[in-house]
Ligand binder design. Structure first.
Ligand code: MN
Length: 311
């Protein structure tokens, strides 16, 4: 059974899934980063982490797809970072320090955003071990500078490409001309649009096989019909199940050192979106558990094989 870290069952902690394992005994540490200061269209992702954690408390820890309770690997949610209103460079530095600490303690950081800029701090926190930055996103975020800023949600993949040899981007449906030029002059960047050609989907996967990766899921990669509450929605994305199929492959073939889920911007009164993101986060943790030697938990692969162009 999942233990509640000293809480009795009539008290539900305000933490992911309402479960709070002791930090020392946890393998996954959830970190909320309520920050949206550089958002260009609709701010609001600062309330994302809170909404996802709230929704997750109504989710059953048993994952019916994986046939196990991934939370038994130990989940711990730390209080939200105090970053609202700071300069993006300062926010990135705070995220870097926290992620570095969690990683050095032998745990997998799971960041909840907040805007995409925080991924830069996440990657820096893991440091030189990251061999590839894998991004699922409707946008390339590959501007060299955007609205006068070099550290911004629209430049984050470009900044990371200066630190990590390989940047693999999946799901893009919109691209600025300057971004296209930056991508073409960048050695290690590989971008797929959505839906990808069979060849592009295969190359995206093959380039990360056996690598240690940082996984960044910008939830606007999903079609906005599934997840309308976004700062920068873009039509024509994968369905929820198609996205799970891709995530399942990523966790199977690469070693995910840390992950983030960014750019969810809750709409007042709408609950299904927060729940969808919470579910996506938990299934991703489940895929990590499935591939990380926790055989005693009895997880087995689900049936998500709906991705177009992949067999
Ligand atoms: Mn995006």
């Amino acid at each position: 059974m999942v233990r509640l870290g000293g809480f009795r069952s009539n008290i539900v902690p305000f933490s992911f899934l309402g479960i709070q394992e002791d930090y020392e005994n946890s393998n996954y540490v959830l970190i909320g980063v309520p920050y949206d200061s550089t958002s260009s269209w609709m701010p609001g992702s600062r309330t994302g982490p809170l909404a996802v954690i709230e929704a997750s408390r109504y989710m059953d820890p048993y994952d019916v797809g994986l046939g196990c309770i991934p939370a038994e690997a130990g989940l711990h949610t730390i209080p939200e970072l105090s970053v609202m209103g700071l300069d993006p460079e300062r926010m990135v530095e705070i995220v870097r320090r926290v992620v570095s600490k969690v990683r050095n303690d032998g745990k997998v950081p799971v960041l909840l955003g907040g805007e995409h800029t925080l991924s830069l701090g996440g990657v820096m926190g893991i440091g030189n071990d990251v061999e590839a930055f894998v991004v699922l996103d409707a946008h390339a975020d590959f501007y060299d500078s955007y609205e006068g800023r070099r550290v911004s949600h629209a430049t984050v993949s470009k900044r990371v490409s200066e630190l990590v040899g390989e940047v693999l981007i999946y799901g893009v449906r919109t691209l600025g001309w300057e971004e296209k030029e930056e991508l073409e002059s960048s050695n290690g960047a590989f971008l797929t649009t959505f839906p990808p050609s069979a060849e592009a989907a295969r190359e995206f996967i093959e380039r990360m096989v056996g690598k240690k990766i940082y996984l960044s899921v910008d939830v606007d990669v999903l079609d906005p019909s599934i997840l309308p509450c976004l700062g920068t929605p873009e039509p024509g994305g994968p369905s929820y199940l198609e996205l799970l199929s891709m995530l399942k492959r990523i966790f199977r073939i690469a070693d995910v050192l840390a992950m983030d889920f960014v750019e969810f911007s809750p709409c007042p009164g709408m609950r299904s979106d927060a729940y969808t993101v919470a579910r996506l986060v938990y299934r991703s943790i489940g895929y990590h558990v499935l591939n990380s030697g926790y055989q005693h938990l009895g997880c087995s692969p689900d049936d998500q094989d709906l991705h177009p162009c992949l067999d």
